[in-house]
Ligand binder design. Structure first.
Ligand code: DGJ
Length: 555
């Protein structure tokens, strides 16, 4: 098992040495509930919260909901959503309006109220970059180009974005970030209501591939850092010689990633919460899209290796998904679910069609899903998100969260320790195949009635279930043992089949139990049989969890 912060950074040394030495009596309340951490074992990931795998069923508030006055409009939406985590920005301008004078009253209110509402928090640090711009920096930063220089565009004009190349900017941001982390430790070091931090937000720059200032040109003429050469298996040289046409973007990605890594390392030295950086995306289906037409230097898929080399203190890189088509969404998930990067959707649109994608995320061993825009401040970010600003906005997401909320800890454990699969309904509603190894497989189909087979109605005289033209289905499966699976879904049919190893045998559904989890234990409700199993296992719009045991007979 690789433990990211605790071993690599020496954070939580007290808890570690106390447990190693068996000094149980000396353990503080903080050691009794361990720090949140990202762990990796056998190529799988878990976000550990209170010492056990945790699945983030998140809701991100709107950008300007980070004030105490707005919180009464946030909690009801998070409750209706059945989220277990609220993601909330904390802005540099808000905590350090005057240089060196800090105000954490909002953080105090947020943490207190999160506990009252029984949810965890992910805090977004809106610092040097928010959607690549400096709008959330304090006035004393954003109006002082001399001390905090902006990038130079290729044509010599000044960019809107701050340059990552200045110690003055980085040190000022670092100071504020570290104060924030210190404060979180002081108020939450024993309870861990705050489980993760996102330093900065959608970093990079639009309209340029990099800073084209003289300072930047001089740095690009220097040798590429050894860690990056090693990552790409390249021989020493300046940036253009080593990376050719990619040099500008790689240089900018390296500059931003090492800037943020330095800030995170300083925060970790105080209190090592897991951290991730979110990405404004590059078209996942067009690797040739030119840098600058997307946020150049941000952790887009084509520079993830640059980020991994430059930012060892950042646990993972996470996509912000606002591309609704299943082809594009799935392609992005594929880019970010890597051996060296757990899948976590840091943002997703809040239109109903996005809700089903949680099944695809969890099928890739994802550790969380955090769609954007969940509060009742009546702001709609349509066309990225929904037009709805009331309780109807949360409903499709609440349905999936109700399903997973009943088994979030169990699912997270199975995902970490066993095998999981998951698919969501494609835009064309086509069938999908799940392969569970040599013995078993399954076909997932959509727009089915609960009774009967499609082949009985080749002309589709019965039509489709109402509302099914908008894709909303999905299924997850976790292995419980060789022949036993946990299956959960919405608006989909799962038809199990025999794999190669069982090809000569007859297969049967030995037992299908519907139930739920209570305190980590399966609670049996009823057995499905007859019409409920003769035509596959049919999931409707109501959350249902099944335990399925498969068997064979000789024929
Ligand atoms: C992505 C950003 O990260 C969010 O803060 C927000 O601005 C959305 N875009 C758009 O609503």
């Amino acid at each position: 098992m690789k433990i990211f912060k605790h071993i690599s950074r020496g954070g939580c040394l007290v808890a570690l040495s106390a447990s190693v030495l068996g000094l149980a009596g000396a353990l503080s309340a903080q050691a009794a509930t361990p720090m949140p951490e990202l762990v990796q074992k056998n190529g799988k990931y878990a976000l550990m919260v209170d010492g056990a795998p945790f699945l983030v069923l998140g809701g991100q508030a709107n950008n300007s909901s980070n004030y105490e006055a707005a919180l009464p409009k946030v909690w009801p939406a998070i409750k209706d959503l059945h989220a277990n985590t609220l993601t909330m920005p904390v802005a540099w301008e808000q905590i350090e309006p005057v240089e060196g004078k800090f105000d954490f009253s909002f953080v105090d209110a947020l943490v207190t109220q999160a506990r009252e509402n029984n949810v965890r928090l992910v805090i977004l640090w809106f610092g040097t970059w928010k959607n690549t711009g400096p709008s959330y920096t304090p006035t004393w930063v954003k109006t002082d180009n001399k001390r905090f220089p902006r990038l130079t565009n290729k044509d010599g004009t000044t960019s809107y974005a701050l340059s990552p190349l200045y110690d003055s900017t980085r040190e000022a941001d670092k100071k504020a970030y570290v104060e924030l982390v210190k404060h979180i430790k002081a108020i939450d070091g024993d309870q861990h209501t705050v489980i993760m931090l996102q330093p900065e937000n959608e970093v990079g720059v639009y309209g340029a591939a990099r800073d084209y200032s003289k300072k930047a040109d001089a740095l690009m003429a220097k040798p590429v850092p050894a860690a990056l050469l090693k990552k790409y298996n390249k021989k020493s040289g300046d940036w253009n010689t080593v990376f050719g046409k990619d040099a500008d973007e790689y240089f900018h990605a390296w500059s931003i990633a090492s800037y943020i890594d330095d800030i995170v390392a300083a925060g970790d030295a105080v209190y090592p919460l897991p951290t991730y950086v979110n990405a404004a995306l590059k078209d996942p289906l067009n690797p040739d899209q030119p840098a600058g037409s997307y946020a150049s230097g941000g952790p887009v898929y084509s520079v993830m290796d640059v980020w991994k080399a430059a930012a060892p203190h950042i646990e993972f890189l996470a996509p912000d998904l606002y591309t609704p088509t299943s082809q594009s969404y799935e392609a992005t998930l594929n880019w970010y679910a890597r051996k060296d990067n757990p899948l976590y959707v840091a943002e997703s649109g809040n239109k109903p069609i996005y809700a089903r994608y949680i099944f695809s995320v969890l099928g890739r061993q994802g550790i969380g899903f955090d769609p954007f825009g969940f509060d009742y401040t009546r702001y709609s970010n349509h066309p990225l998100g929904t037009t709805l600003v009331n309780a109807d906005m949360v409903k499709p997401f609440a349905t999936v969260y109700k399903l997973f909320g009943g088994m979030d800890r169990e699912w997270a454990k199975l995902s970490f320790e066993s095998q999981v699969w998951g698919v969501s309904e494609p835009d064309d509603h086509s069938d999908q195949k799940l392969d569970f190894g040599p013995k078993w497989n399954a076909v997932v189909s959509y727009r089915e009635w609960q009774f009967g087979l499609r082949k009985w109605d080749p002309e589709n005289k019965n039509g489709f279930p109402e509302g099914s033209e908008i894709p909303s289905g999905g299924v997850v499966v976790a292995r419980l043992s060789d022949n036993e699976f946990l299956v959960a879904g919405l608006n989909a049919r799962v038809t199990f089949g025999a794999g190669e190893a069982n090809a000569k045998k007859g297969m049967l559904l030995d037992r299908v139990e519907e139930g739920h989890f209570e305190d980590g234990k399966w609670v049996f409700e009823r057995v499905w049989n007859g019409d409920q199993t003769d035509y596959g296992l049919n999931f409707t719009g109501e959350p249902v969890i099944l335990k399925v045991r498969l068997a064979t007979y000789e024929q």
